[in-house]
Write a protein that binds this ligand. Structure first.
Ligand code: AHR
Length: 502
């Protein structure tokens, strides 16, 4: 067994973990809303049609914010279609996903679902086909107490108290040619600035997220951030980052190392924000909202097939990736990367929540189950709060096609308010276990340890409705910290959570 080491000290701190890095995302796409969170007639459905079995799985993820209603969908969306009596709401052709949107679930229903799921909405406005006017009206509808056209309309629609939505996205992926109303960086920067300005005039307490590049692979990446921030820096609070990875060529060692690329992406965007801020002599520092991230590739071809069979259907099975062990390991590494960048990444949304590239799957009229990626997310969300520690890691390395000298051990740690230290670790090695020694020099009071690991002999193993617990974290033998040292064995190809408590 190879050896690795991690050194933790109270003085080595990255920053406070913003709980919103455990955010999620619900888009009107495929079976995420219809047939996902909402299925009237399902045996577990409540009076509003929300599936209770799904809610239970969502609550266990402890998701502080949920981005909604898109995604690409938002760039053609009229928010006014989604309010008022259901029977009067229009059916619309959604050009983002070539499906029909019934608007049966709208703003009020989503707000009610959020309450039940114990999450806060992060609401996206349409800057594709619409602009500042519709955006400021949405803020008035949601957040103004009353005595104006839109706030009174909300009251008429049965909601006396404002929804109080604090976090708003200024459009979605506006650099992408697939976007309805794609813009140049300058065009977007201008419209984002004007939208942010008037939205904040309506409610100065809100925070807004400007669209960064839709991926670091876009040709315009970097230039897009620089140009659009020149126009809107003063009025925005966050820049968005989106990134999906896939193992299309079956190169698992490279796939498991993708967090190296993720880390570089985050640092580049932070540097660009600071460069623009510096140029503008700004006092304000922009923070990052990684509001779409995940593994996404299993379903790529299938989506085209579904759409070829017929466009304009309702709730078509789109983007239904079935996740395996190696996907869960990369998701674990991505979470570790967010923790390592806790000083800049303040929001992150796993895309998405149910059925669509999601940790939770459902069958119409049937069960709801946790996919493999559910578990690293659930455990990081449960234990990765408090202070992000700057872990000093020494690990053997491996080479692969896309990266040199990748550490076998990807690890970081957090310090909770109650003094517990949690180490999150992925052993990327496909060949052997790792003996990890933790130097807990500054935590002498920690005398108890638990170790949970997610692993499987088969990297392609998945969970299904029939076998929902095929992969889930299991407790492994953990020794005791002794004189500030602790040693634990990490199985090959595994995600690990080691909790050290008094
Ligand atoms: O999450 C799926 C899609 O991916 C979103 O709608 C879009 O923003 C991104 O391209």
């Amino acid at each position: 067994m190879k050896k690795a080491a991690i050194t933790l000290d109270r003085a080595y701190v990255i920053g406070e973990v913003d709980p919103r890095i455990y955010g999620s995302f619900i888009e009107h796409l495929g079976r995420c809303v219809y047939g996902g969170i909402y299925e009237p007639g399902h045996p577990t459905a409540d009076a509003m049609g929300f599936r209770r079995d799904v809610l239970e799985l969502v609550r266990a993820l402890q998701v502080p914010v949920t981005r909604y209603p898109g995604g690409n969908f938002v760039s053609g969306f009229r928010w006014e279609d989604s309010i008022g009596p259901k029977q009067s709401r229009p059916r619309r052709l959604d050009l983002a996903w070539f499906t029909t949107e019934t608007n049966a679930v709208g703003l009020h229903e989503f707000a009610a679902w959020c309450k039940q799921a114990d999450t806060q909405p992060m609401y996206a406005v349409n800057l594709g086909t619409r602009g500042p006017d519709a955006a400021r009206n949405a803020v008035e509808y949601c957040n103004h107490p009353g005595g104006s056209y839109y706030s009174d309309l909300r009251r008429q629609n049965g909601m006396a108290e404002p929804l109080g939505i604090k976090l708003w996205c200024l459009g979605n992926e506006m650099d992408g040619p697939w976007q309805i109303g794609q813009k140049t960086a300058y065009e977007y920067g201008r419209v984002a600035n004007e939208a942010a300005k008037v939205m904040k005039w309506v409610d100065p307490s809100i925070e807004v997220v400007a669209c960064g590049s839709s991926s670091s692979e876009m040709k315009t990446f970097g230039d897009w951030e620089l140009t659009m921030l020149e126009e809107c820096y003063e009025n925005v609070d966050y820049v968005s980052l989106h990134r999906y990875y896939g193992n299309r060529d079956g190169d698992t060692p490279s796939f498991l190392a993708r967090a190296v690329d993720l880390d570089a992406f985050i640092k580049t965007v932070a540097a660009i924000c600071d460069a623009v801020g510096g140029k503008k002599h700004a006092k304000k520092k922009l923070q990052l909202s990684f509001d779409e991230w995940n593994v996404w590739y299993h379903s790529n071809g299938q989506d085209q097939d579904v759409l070829k069979r017929g466009k304009w259907g309702e709730a078509l099975p789109l983007l239904e990736d079935v996740y395996n062990l190696e996907d869960a390991l990369l998701v674990g590494s991505m979470l570790i990367t967010f923790l390592r960048n806790a000083d800049r990444v303040k929001i992150a949304c796993l895309a998405q929540l149910v059925n669509v590239i999601a940790p939770i799957m459902t069958r119409a009229g049937g069960g709801a189950w946790a996919q493999t990626i559910y578990w690293p997310f659930q455990q990081a969300s449960a234990y990765g709060r408090g202070t992000a520690l700057r872990a000093v890691v020494a690990s053997p390395v491996y080479g692969c096609k896309d990266f040199d000298a990748v550490p076998c051990l990807d690890a970081t740690a957090t310090l909770a308010e109650d003094g517990a230290v949690t180490i999150f670790a992925v052993n990327r090695s496909l060949e052997e276990g790792l003996e990890l020694t933790a130097d807990l020099r500054d935590f002498p009071g920690l005398t108890r340890a638990t170790h949970q690991a997610l692993t499987h002999p088969d990297l392609n193993a998945v969970n299904t409705e029939e076998n929902p617990h095929n992969l889930r974290p299991v407790s492994l033998e953990a020794g005791k910290p002794d004189g500030g040292k602790f040693t634990v064995a990490l199985p090959k190809q595994s995600w690990n959570v080691i909790r050290l408590t008094r």
